[in-house]
Ligand binder design. Structure first.
Ligand SMILES: NC(=O)c1ccc[n+]([C@@H]2O[C@H](COP(=O)([O-])OP(=O)(O)OC[C@H]3O[C@@H](n4cnc5c(N)ncnc54)[C@H](O)[C@@H]3O)[C@@H](O)[C@H]2O)c1
Length: 373
């Protein structure tokens, strides 16, 4: 079956997704290679095989490819061993150390190699470059369109500035003619990765062109009918920002915990009430980048919490940085306006937020005062 026939077949079935059980199909589908059989790679391989895709895995470590071929997981993850065993028995999985053979046999390649930190704390792209070169060298001899899906986490710009140039150079083909590229961050949590794969928190595809996006979306529509499409760099950023947000939540809660402990309040009781508020606390509200906050409550109460921490000699660096960061946002507004010297400037609304006439602690007034100085 050709890739396009397989795609049509997939599209016809996208509304049959079941999240309650691990879905299983026997339909002949796209062939997909997974390069790197570590955490991300082996979960991706096992779960896609169980959906009926023909999977070819490859890893430079022979022990890992041997394990997958034998229907065993390379990691300890609930349910994954069973999926691999069944998929190997159904003839849907093959693995080896021959990276190029895996790519050659397939229509789509997931790059799941590591992006380790370099000694200076930055990212080391050698591994992803090596894997991309192997893909490019196969594409040089392969007819037809191939989709390369980057799943490794990498700073914004890596796919377009590191992976694509290597693919183009090694293949002699141009992006979006011989091949398409997607960045597809993965959000499954270790420990419940299989369950998360089949009921994802979200599915994000950053794509170089419509064809690549459509092919990858056809795969994921089997587990998610709401696919979020964007450009590749935005998708890379989403992955980082998600994790910074999760880390911020943990740090925020721990600072609440330290403060509550000092003043002898039950922090779990406080946070249990906090999370009940899904209108303002756990919601999109306040999460749109824009101008600084102000008004009669937020600045004053953040200052009060800063003082409380100081009085009890509790370290709360996250809380202590909030007003500093807010002041920087006003400075940023000032810097943007000063790019246009000699202009007359009008302000449409000077209250601390729209639909309010409250001028107390309004950042717009601060900005005006700074401009007058
Ligand atoms: N582990 C997670 O939960 C998680 C979550 C989100 C994103 N990520 C990202 O996904 C990427 C992979 O993470 P991981 O935890 O699976 O890493 P891992 O180290 O467990 O697995 C990477 C695998 O790639 C193999 N490999 C390296 N170079 C290769 C090559 N040239 N050809 C074939 N195989 C090669 C390695 O032998 C290893 O088995 C990383 O960029 C990571 O930041 C991981």
């Amino acid at each position: 079956m050709t890739a396009m026939q397989a795609l049509k077949d997939l599209s016809a079935q996208t509304d049959k997704t079941q999240h309650s059980e691990y879905p299983e199909t026997t339909v002949d589908r796209l062939s997909i290679s997974v390069i790197g059989l570590g955490y991300v790679g082996v979960v991706t391989l096992g779960c896609l095989a169980n959906l009926g895709f023909r999977m070819h895995g490859a890893d430079v470590i022979e022990k890992k490819s041997n394990a997958v071929n034998a229907g065993r997981s390379t990691i300890d993850e609930e349910g994954l061993g069973d999926l691999l065993r069944d998929s190997v028995a159904r003839g849907l999985v093959q693995a080896s150390t021959d990276v190029k053979a895996a790519i050659r046999a397939t229509d789509m390649t997931f790059l799941c190699v590591g992006t380790p930190e370099s000694e200076d704390g930055g990212d080391n792209f050698d591994t992803i470059r090596d894997a991309a070169r192997a893909v490019g060298e196969v594409l040089a001899e392969k007819d037809g369109y191939h989709v390369v899906v980057v799943r490794s986490s990498a700073p914004p710009g890596t796919t377009m500035n590191v992976v694509v140039p290597v693919l183009e150079e090694a293949s002699g083909k141009s992006l979006n003619t011989g091949f398409g590229v997607c960045f597809n961050p993965q959000f499954f949590r270790e420990g419940v990765a299989v369950a998360d794969f089949y009921a994802p928190s979200k599915t994000v595809i950053g794509a170089s062109d419509h064809r690549a996006a459509a092919m990858l979306a056809s795969v994921y529509r089997l587990v998610d009918d709401r696919i979020l499409m964007c450009n590749i760099t935005a998708a890379e950023m989403v992955k980082y920002i998600d994790n910074v947000w999760h880390a911020t939540k943990v740090t925020f809660s721990n600072e609440v915990g330290r403060l509550c402990k000092a003043v002898e309040i039950d922090s779990h009781e406080v946070m249990n009430i906090f999370v009940q508020d899904q209108k303002l606390n756990l919601s999109p509200y306040y999460l749109k980048p824009g101008f600084a906050f102000g008004g009669s409550c937020l600045p004053q109460e953040v200052r009060a919490i800063e003082d409380l921490a100081k009085n009890f000699q509790i370290q709360t660096p996250l809380f202590q940085s909030i007003l500093k960061s807010n002041a920087m946002q006003i400075e940023e507004g000032l810097r943007m306006i000063r790019k246009f010297p000699g202009k007359r400037i009008g302000f449409l609304g000077v209250a601390f937020k729209c639909d309010s006439d409250d001028l107390r602690d309004s950042p717009a007034l601060e900005l005006m005062a700074a401009l007058l100085n």
